[in-house]
Design a binder for this molecule. Structure first.
Ligand code: SF4
Ligand code: F3S
Ligand code: FES
Length: 250
């Protein structure tokens, strides 16, 4: 594709007010949406606030909504759109705007601080080493590929459309964190009551939108949330487990 003039519509404003503004930006083959935003900054809007860092899909900083879909702008090629299309970039809708495309994502860090840390037990062998099966390593490794872009958080309707749910639901990114720890064979902490209570896993009704937007292709719903829900249900509602828990508590 040769060079052309891109119609770029960008949300400009701050926490008080803002609106969409139209620009025409010269772009070339191979550019991504973040390149177009940088060219806009260089040529017409030096005060445009846009967060980025690696430009390689690995830091999770450049998240925004492109034509309404949460995306990493550094990994969204312009050739996804026709040259005549208007490309509209707006801030992540679920979080408060600081300025232009930069949002305050501290909600995610507050929820992360509530997750009890990894708590390994004593080494099983006499040599002082912990041992894990490769299949267990592989299972939690998927969750460790999360780059904290928060695209899954912004798309989840439980918090996207219901601000009032933020205090009671941690969101899919944090479900990945809980899964990483709960499924770790060396961890000794039981977080199932927390999942049911403070993390609000029951609010997730498995719409799978989080999985669809994850740039790391983590099977958030199938591999983390559904198995966690099963564990929570087993502890809280299975009559034999409940009876066992009651006896053990005596
Ligand atoms: Fe981003 Fe995927 Fe991590 Fe969610 S789980 S924060 S979408 S990398
Ligand atoms: Fe939200 Fe994902 Fe559940 S989008 S409702 S956390 S499946
Ligand atoms: Fe790092 Fe886009 S700039 S993921």
């Amino acid at each position: 594709m040769a060079a052309y003039d891109l119609s770029l519509r960008v949300w400009r404003g701050d926490s008080d007010s803002g609106d969409l503004q139209d620009y025409t930006v010269g772009v070339e083959e191979g550019m991504v949406v973040l390149d177009a935003l940088h060219r806009l900054q260089q040529t017409q809007a030096p005060d445009l606030a846009v967060r980025w860092n690696c430009k390689a899909g690995k830091c999770g900083s450049c998240s925004a909504e492109v034509n309404g879909r949460p995306r990493l702008t550094c990994m969204t090629r312009l050739n996804l759109f026709a040259p005549t299309d208007t490309v509209t970039v707006t801030p992540l809708r679920t979080f408060p705007v600081i300025r232009d495309l930069v949002t305050d994502v501290s909600y995610n860090y507050e929820k992360a601080a509530q997750v009890p840390a990894f708590a390994p037990g004593a080494p099983a062998g006499d040599d002082g080493h912990h041992r894990m099966k490769q299949s267990d390593v592989d299972r939690v490794q998927e969750f460790r590929t999360c780059i904290e872009c928060f695209l899954c958080q912004t798309v989840c309707h439980v918090i996207r459309d219901h601000e009032e749910n933020k205090p009671v639901f941690a969101g899919p990114r944090l479900m990945i964190r809980y899964a990483e720890l709960e499924m770790h064979p060396l961890d000794t902490h039981d977080r199932r009551d927390l999942l049911r209570g403070r993390a609000g896993i029951g609010y997730c009704n498995i719409t799978k939108c989080c999985t669809e937007v994850c740039p790391e292709h983590i099977s958030i719903t199938d591999n983390a949330i559904i198995p966690l829900k099963e564990r929570v249900v087993d502890t809280a509602y299975d009559p034999i487990t409940r009876l066992g828990n009651r006896i053990l508590r005596r």
